[in-house]
Design a protein around this ligand. Sequence first.
Ligand code: SAH
Length: 231
Amino acid sequence: MSGGRERETGGPIRESPPPDRYGLVRALMVREQLRARGIADERVLAAMAVVPRERFVAAGWEDRAHDDAALPIAAGQTISQPYVVARMTEALRVGVGAAVLEVGTGSGYQAAVLAELGAHVVSVERHPELARAARARLGSLGYAVEVVVGDGSRGWPPRAPYRGIVVTAAAPDVPDALLAQLEDGGRLVIPVGSRGQQELRLLERRGKRLIETTLEPVVFVPLVGRHGFER
Ligand code: SAH
């Protein structure tokens, strides 16, 4: 195939898809930031090798989208560092068709990775303008994520229970409301700590029991809401 347009015999002239300028950058990101640091789940690595992260950053930041860092988005919020997204996603062990709740849509990138893994994702965001932008972005990329506006520290009862819940903002404690919306065998991944520093925790429900594991230190913007920080 040559050039940017192609013609099918008798058919309309249509644009061929734009070349994937960032495909190589993503492959490097996966190899050097994720695999090299111990992310081993091949499904997670494959998903992050295809979700176009450059589409989730602010205009003008595309060339830095795959940096080994969190980056600013609108409303004073951030898109998480690739490694942290991978770590949380891996810990969640998302199967195809699993109902997953994300708290803190932000750019929508984490939601896209979960959707790429075949999860049915509902994502709650407290800033309406971020929710609107993420919804449009996810839709244009073909990810059927349900983005809703609200206080995700209360979870999202209409779709509960969930197989997985991932909180991508820092909480002072694990909100009971989220534990109550976790199905048996389900997993919750959440950064817990102070405003400036948290540890990533994994909680797995086994009937009435919860098995809690501490993963690693992280830094997230605060979860602001009823079961989060005040502001
Ligand atoms: N997962 C995002 C990064 C999230 S940054 C991504 O992949 O880009 C954290 C987000 O949580 C911010 O957008 C912030 O507005 C949102 N947030 C904070 N408190 C919240 C709450 N109580 N309910 C829903 N969203 C919240």
